[in-house]
Design a binder for this molecule. Sequence first.
Ligand code: EPU
Length: 421
Amino acid sequence: MDKLCISGGKPLHGSINIGGMKNAALPIIFATILVNDVCVLENLPDVSDIAAALEIVKRMGAKVEKIDNTTYRIDTRSVHSNSVPLDLARVMRGSYYVLGAELGRFGRSYTAIPGGCNLGARPIDQHIKGFEALGAKVKCTADGVSCYTDGDLEGTSIYLDVASVGATCNIMMAAVMAKGMTVIDNAAREPHIVGLANFLISCGANISGAGTEVIKIRGVDMLYGGTYAIIPDMIEAGTYMIAAAATKGDLVINNVIPRHLEAVTAKLQEMGVTVEEGDDNVRVAYNGILKKCRVKTDFYPGFPTDMNSQFCVLLCLAEGQSKLTESVMDSRFKYTDELARMGARITVQGRDAYVDGVPALRAANVRAVDLRAGAAMVLAALAADGKTVIEDIHHIQRGYEDMVGKLRAVGADIRLIKDEQ
Ligand code: EPU
């Protein structure tokens, strides 16, 4: 297995360009199945989850052509139903988007129970509730989920019990060519939802309200292809914002939508970090002692759960006791055992973590226990004096494009150690 070796303690200076957002790109890649035409997707991040999603649609019959590292042409006219490669679908969370896409186009779908990061129970009951409300029959077994309809899907009102990103995207996809109007109430408001809606609208869909808690979708007869650019990755950007503060550095993070970063910006400022917003960039600079702080993750526009572990690293370096509460995922704190190896003092009680600041973290051998936890280990290693080795970095490679190259360019001593076997 590949590893990362980081000699930390060096302030990072310079600028980092942010790539396209993995979690916005995934539903859009699967939504090309609905389009039944040729789509060109730009600004796709070069990460393994995106490669896996492209491979899934390819194995379903799509013609996938790489134009450059971040641009792909996807022709889904030859996709056939019931063709999901279950081995691949099983390993990634985002593969559940084939359900909404296939149901919307073919009236039936079967896929494996999705994998992804182990963040506690991650049910898909809200996806199923939405499909059933549209008139589909859904069957779940231990291995997979099948859904089908004998007639047309019919628009209806659906109230989500949880403002789930995945369920909102999946229902939007299933509803886009259903008969009549679908209303999703208590919809997720994350930028990825707006991204998917804008892509579908650019293909001829009739959707309004994306980004608010009520999304209205009036079914259309067909969609047509086009070119669409994926929005910048707010979690990648947030991670490098923390890198600037944790290493006592000064970074300009380019190609971002500052509005998407406001929850992270506000908490950094509360801790005494300088954050300056430009039109499409933010500058983050360490500004002396880090103050303790209370952080609670929430659905957008709240503080993102995908920034929980990275922000915890900064809280470890603050003066006094901070409190970090996870309110979106069941289990986000597995990484705290790894941070403890680096000298962090964190007590987890249910969904709360009490973080006692330490003067410095120390280098150690640690593991990436999931994607964002892996990013947190990188941040801790960059801040710590000495050489840290991080194992299981395939998790990090699922969602961070060229992390080694981007960090080296701003002064980090970070190396990828390739497994020779
Ligand atoms: N939930 C339900 N029922 C459902 C769906 C969700 O109870 O039918 C619950 C979940 O158990 C969780 C909460 O609702 O407690 C939020 O889940 P959501 O459906 O919003 O998350 P997701 O679609 O499974 C996506 C991202 C995650 C990110 C979350 C929250 C993708 C592929 N994954 O997951 O990203 O943490 O939204 O923003 O888009 C990551 O990138 O590291 C990552 C884990």
